[in-house]
Design a protein around this ligand. Structure first.
Ligand code: B12
Length: 252
């Protein structure tokens, strides 16, 4: 069965932001949709996605819905996305009154009463969707009428397919640093952090060589002259232990 998933995540980045604005909000992939999408694909359904962030505006969305004859639309929603999810559902119902709309996600799970009051959603799936969504699609495909409110069945995490990243074009997320400006470990963007990091590593290495056990090990097999010249003189042997050993020897 053909199903189009809708990610209504324009609340913060706006339309025309995906792969254009260098912010996490504009480019992250929605794991919920990517996971139910993967599960539906694995069950043999034909899954597509409309990410509102990649569109130019509501007219663009309307034209895509008008041009599509997908029978089932699956919409996700966090609470901040809910007003846009509702607007997307209204447009789908205006353009395709015969289409079936399935609403799922965090908002449907935590504010079930509110979404139940919205007649635009034909089916509401709360909690996890990996098992329940493909089952619902199969039921619809068979021409049966499933209940309006369905509580998702917890999936066996080892059995479900990996999230379908390709549904979203993961390259945009990979190009967007989660925290812009945070230097990478060891080598920052500009290289300045490298100097400080190397100095810190040098200090730590010096402390580590002077540790009693490390120092004894280095003295146990002293490096040859060239290594000593280019690297560093041997660290002093731990004084306290030698003194203690001498005292014990004197007593013998
Ligand atoms: C990771 C994450 C982020 C990441 C997302 C990056 C990424 N690539 O995923 C980042 C850091 C960007 C982020 C940002 C924000 N986040 Co956030 N985030 C999360 C977190 C920790 C995990 C989300 C996730 O991947 N879950 C795993 C997927 C598989 O689960 P899922 O999405 O719930 O989907 C399942 C079901 O809901 C259902 N389902 C989902 N969709 C659909 C659709 C259909 C049709 C069906 C049938 C089923 C279904 O099936 C899915 C599989 O079982 C959640 C907390 C949590 N533990 O869930 C908060 C959470 C979602 N975030 C939250 C918030 C508030 C935000 C921000 C608003 C924070 C802020 N002030 O900026 C922003 C908004 C970003 C934006 N522009 O929209 C809240 C949302 C609360 C709410 N009432 O909606 C949550 C719940 C944390 C919390 N407890 O407060 N977030």
């Amino acid at each position: 069965m053909r199903v189009t998933l809708v990610f209504p995540g324009i609340a913060l980045p706006g339309f025309d932001s995906f792969n254009k604005r260098p912010s996490v909000d504009a480019n992250f992939i929605d794991h919920g949709l990517a996971s139910v999408g993967a599960a539906a694909k694995a069950a043999g359904h034909d899954v597509g996605l409309i990410d509102l962030r990649a569109l130019t505006g509501w007219d663009h969305f309307r034209s895509l819905v008008r041009a599509s004859d997908t029978p089932v639309w699956g919409i996700t929603s966090w609470s901040l996305h809910y007003p846009d999810a509702v607007r997307a559902m209204r447009i789908i119902k205006e353009e395709r009154p015969e289409a079936t709309i399935v609403l799922g996600g965090v908002h449907a799970t935590i504010n079930t009463r509110q979404v139940l009051n919205n007649a635009l959603a034909d089916h509401i799936v709360t909690k996890e969707g990996e098992v329940t969504f493909p089952q619902l699609l199969a039921t619809l495909d068979a021409g049966e009428r499933p209940p309006r409110l369905i509580q998702g069945e917890p999936p066996d995490l080892d059995a479900i397919p990996w999230v379908d990243r390709e549904l979203f074009d993961v390259s945009a997320e990979l190009r967007t640093p989660m925290v812009p400006g945070l230097p990478l470990p060891f080598i920052s963007d500009g290289g300045s952090a490298l100097i400080v990091t190397l100095a810190a590593v040098g200090l730590l290495a010096t402390f580590a060589r002077a540790e009693p056990d490390a120092s004894r090990a280095l003295h146990g097999r002293p490096p040859d002259r060239w290594v000593r010249l280019l690297w560093a003189p041997l660290p002093p042997l731990p004084r306290t232990r030698r003194k203690a050993e001498r005292t014990t020897e004197g007593r013998r």
